[in-house]
Design a protein around this ligand. Structure first.
Ligand SMILES: Cc1ncc(COP(=O)(O)O)c(C=O)c1O
Length: 388
């Protein structure tokens, strides 16, 4: 088959590409025309940078349904936010419940705290379609349970989890609820006040369409947390301890201002296009992808196979071809960029029955088009016919 596309990027769950034009421009303009440190100096450029942070924080709060801008903390990625949340709220003796779909950015901080004897944990397993019964979470609750952690959607099969029910359960039992929204913010309508999360982690470079190196932590006002990083904030410099006002309490050190300039434009783009439009576009494309994959007899698709129950992240295997090898063939032979292996979520692969070999993952964005899906399907058809 002739290559009909120069490049076919289907790895948006790792990081989205392309970005809206305004994101690239904002980063360049910020560096060339301003680039100053926000909140530190009294000069005009520093004040401009301060305004940028303020505007982006407000925009993110309103886009995500936070009650106040101060509940949004700038971090460096979702991993940073999850570490800040997990290590900031847990105390020795606490018990944590999490799901088998969690990413290593949850599994590893929990693993290290557990190994050091600081906490105990219970993992609630999803079934092979990624379905999770909130009652299983309820059954795992102990008197010392302090935190429930749940990803909003799997980064392997895209399955959306019943986070509103889990939020209600956590509230009823007075347990903190930490939502990992790395795969959902910017991909589907998300309202933190409805979900009832006490803490939530976001990353700027995936569906929020911003640059790498910027993330967000949502901290519901009133939730107590220890600061993860302490240092300069530009405020109360005479104090020996971290100022307790938000967001300074959790934003020590110079933030990634250029990344924040990009995130602001990513958010603006999503507001302009409308998150419902993005969602419907991705549902339609993912349906086209899943239907097409299901027609190739050597292909096995994992997950709910129902685009409305998932974000546009789809995993599959091809009979007789190792997933890593298939990813290589897709790129070298057809220019298709995918992600293969365990996707930093080994327990999820155990749940869906693909550990340790893993899967090939295609993940879409608001910029993916039908032609890319059709090209990927035709390429897979050609590969399977060659191997059979
Ligand atoms: C569900 C989930 N959580 C957390 C992360 C970590 O995101 P980041 O690498 O931006 O910190 C990812 C990244 O793929 C993810 O998919």
């Amino acid at each position: 088959m002739e290559k009909t596309l120069k490049s076919c990027y289907l790895d948006n769950a790792a990081t989205s590409w392309p970005k809206p034009e305004a994101v690239y421009k904002a980063a360049e303009v910020f560096l060339r025309r301003g680039g100053a440190n926000p909140g530190r100096s009294g000069h005009t450029r520093s004040l401009d940078a301060d305004r940028l942070l303020f505007e982006t924080r407000e925009r993110a709060a309103s886009f995500l349904g936070a009650a106040q801008p101060e509940e949004i903390i700038f971090t460096f990625n979702a991993t940073d936010s999850l570490n800040m949340a997990i290590k900031g709220v847990l105390e020795p003796g606490d018990h944590v419940i999490y799901t088998s779909l969690e990413h290593n950015s949850v599994l590893r901080p929990l693993g290290s705290l557990r190994q050091r004897g600081v906490i105990t944990t219970t993992m609630v397993s999803c079934d092979s379609s990624g379905w999770l019964d909130p009652q299983d979470i309820e059954k795992a609750i102990r008197p010392e349970t302090r935190l429930i952690i749940c990803t909003h959607a799997s980064n392997i099969i895209g399955r959306i989890l019943p986070v509103e029910e889990i939020g209600l359960l956590a509230k009823k039992k007075e347990i903190l609820f930490l939502l990992d929204s790395a795969q959902t913010a910017g991909a589907l309508p998300l309202d933190l006040s409805r979900i009832g999360a006490d803490l939530a982690a976001f990353t700027g470079h995936k569906s929020l369409l911003g640059l790498p190196g910027v993330g967000l932590l949502y901290l519901r006002s009133g939730v107590k947390i220890k600061p993860w990083r302490e240092g300069g904030t530009g405020s109360r410099s005479e104090d020996e301890l971290q100022p307790e006002i938000m967001p300074d309490y959790l934003e020590a050190g110079t933030m990634n201002t250029v990344g924040i300039a990009g995130l602001n434009e990513g958010l603006k783009y999503l507001q302009k296009v409308g998150i419902e439009t993005v969602r419907e576009h991705e549902i339609a494309l993912n349906r086209r992808l899943i239907d097409g994959l299901s027609e190739i007899k050597e292909v096995r698709v994992f997950g709910a196979k129902e685009p409305r129950k998932s974000v546009a992240v789809t995993s599959f295997t091809v009979e007789g071809i190792d997933s890593g090898e298939l990813g290589y063939i897709l790129e070298q032979g057809f220019g298709i960029l995918s992600r293969t292996g365990l996707h930093c979520a080994p327990c999820a692969h155990r749940s869906i029955g693909t550990f340790p070999q893993g899967t090939v993952r295609f993940s879409l964005s608001c910029f993916t088009g039908e032609e890319e899906i059709d090209y990927a399907l035709a390429s897979l058809q050609e590969i399977t016919s060659r191997f059979s």
